[in-house]
Ligand binder design. Structure first.
Ligand code: CO8
Length: 256
């Protein structure tokens, strides 16, 4: 379901790649792009063959954030419009692993999008930042809340109040990503990782995502007791994992 704004492709049996494709606008999140991205994720959510999704841009920009040229109408309240909120909600609630391959700029909403991904790989030319303050706005698509949880208060304040960008090495050392790669390796590394994860039980992987995200959202006593409750789940995949270990063979997980 590719469109004018994104290119969607299957990479092997279980991995879906979504490429943001507005290079002339540094892949800025126009409302059509945001809508198409959310629709592609909703489709990947429904499709039982899909076990992991990789999001990328191009070598110049992962995504330069919200489309500033759409800002003429309605001022800041425009950013709270229902279609935008619904699209961000779809991205936030996507339950399968979401992996970002970030080359070039990831600014504003682009950085917020990367932060919503579960695993982030950064090309050596990656530049992350929250430039919203320079247009008298703020990272209002989750950034003011997610960045401090990820990188801490003072780094978030500095980034958001100055609009300064950080490079890939700094971003990894602050916790924005797992690894810095040569630009041409960023996407292959993300796809290899997605394929590796797709070999695991999708049930176990979904549980891990749910439980790790809980740690950002709930007080510790509540999330620990929810983690305990999740121990009650049973799956054929788990039986298969134990059997394969004992029989010294590779497990085949069916997501049941
Ligand atoms: N929106 C729209 N168009 C953009 C954007 C953008 N975010 N970024 C780049 N473009 C366009 C440029 O206007 C230019 O178009 P044209 O060729 O027609 O002039 C084209 O892309 C190429 O851009 P540059 O020539 O500037 O390319 P460079 O490689 O020199 O620079 C940068 C790339 C650094 C990405 C630069 O374009 C830039 O600084 N862009 C703006 C980045 C930005 O400010 N992002 C934050 C946007 S706001 C946001 O994400 C959250 C808003 C939520 C608000 C919530 C309420 C408060």
């Amino acid at each position: 379901m590719s469109s004018d704004t994104i290119v969607v492709a299957d990479e092997g049996a279980h991995v879906r790649l979504i490429r943001l494709a507005r290079p002339h606008a540094r892949n800025a999140l126009s409302r059509p792009l945001l809508r198409d991205l959310a629709a592609a994720l909703a489709e990947a959510q429904r499709d039982e063959t899909v076990r992991a999704v990789v999001i990328t841009g191009d070598d110049v920009a992962f995504c330069a954030g919200a489309d500033i040229k759409e800002m003429d109408d309605g001022g800041i309240p425009m950013w709270g419009q229902k279609d935008r909120m619904t699209a961000w909600k779809t991205i936030e609630t996507f339950s399968k692993p979401l992996i970002a391959a970030v080359n070039g700029y990831a600014l504003g909403g682009g950085c917020e999008l990367a932060m919503l991904c579960d695993i982030v790989f950064l090309g050596a030319n990656a530049k992350l930042g929250f430039p919203e303050v320079r247009i008298a706005a703020f990272p209002g698509d989750g950034g003011t809340q997610r960045a401090p949880r990820l990188i801490g208060k003072t780094r978030s304040m500095w980034m958001m109040m100055t609009g300064e960008q950080i490079d890939a090495e700094t971003a990894v050392s602050w916790g924005f990503g797992v690894e810095v790669l040569p630009v041409e390796r960023t996407l292959p590394r993300a796809l290899e990782t997605a394929a590796r994860i797709a070999e695991m039980s999708p049930i176990a992987v979904a549980m891990i995502k749910q439980e790790v995200l809980m740690s950002f959202e709930k007080p510790l006593d509540e999330s620990l007791s929810l983690e305990r409750k999740l121990l009650l789940w049973q799956s054929e995949d788990h039986d298969e994992g134990i059997a394969a270990f004992k029989q010294k063979r590779k497990p085949v997980y069916k997501g049941r």
